[in-house]
Design a protein around this ligand. Sequence first.
Ligand code: MMA
Ligand code: CA
Length: 200
Amino acid sequence: MLSPRLFHKILGVAFFLFPCCAQGKPAGIRPPPGFGHLPEDGIDEGFIPGFLPLVDNKMEDVMHQLEHRISRLEGVLHLEKMITTSGGKIFATNGKRADFRTTLKKCKEAGGSIATPRNAGENDAILYFVKSFNTYAYLGIEESLIPSKFQLLDGTQLNYTNWHLNEPSGKGEEECVEMYTDGTWNDRRCNQNRLVVCQF
Ligand code: MMA
Ligand code: CA
């Protein structure tokens, strides 16, 4: 069953991938008859015996239609190599490049955050885009105040790392982290143009 969290995630991905549509009016999923307003006479139909089961059926119907529609949209986005999933996370790219700060902004505007691998599966999901666009990607990891010690953007410690041999090497000079095309990580200055990959 489609949870409100997943629905919100998918909306975020859609607005990230199709910014044009986020500005216009929504496509307009009309509420089924009897929803959205009370009838003229002001009688709440919920109190009419036998009405609630009908509402339940209609709701289930609408949910199924939405699930079907979303799964077809996901199919299209997968086909275009714009989304991939790992565990509960959806990773998405717009196929464009940006520096670290711009990537943070783009992902936030879309209702997500910069891709941050928490395990090998999530690392592989991000690697899928890095390989298919043949472009390194910045990750949601940064150097802490202690040189060569890296952390998540919220300041918490890394429980998973995949550093390239002899990395991190910047010792306070390379505060961001990029993913190479083999999935390993390199600390790097934050001003490079890298593939925008977000998570939702
Ligand atoms: C080398 C290596 C990295 C460093 C970059 C900076 C190509 O890789 O020394 O650790 O981050 O150079 O350009
Ligand atoms: Ca480095």
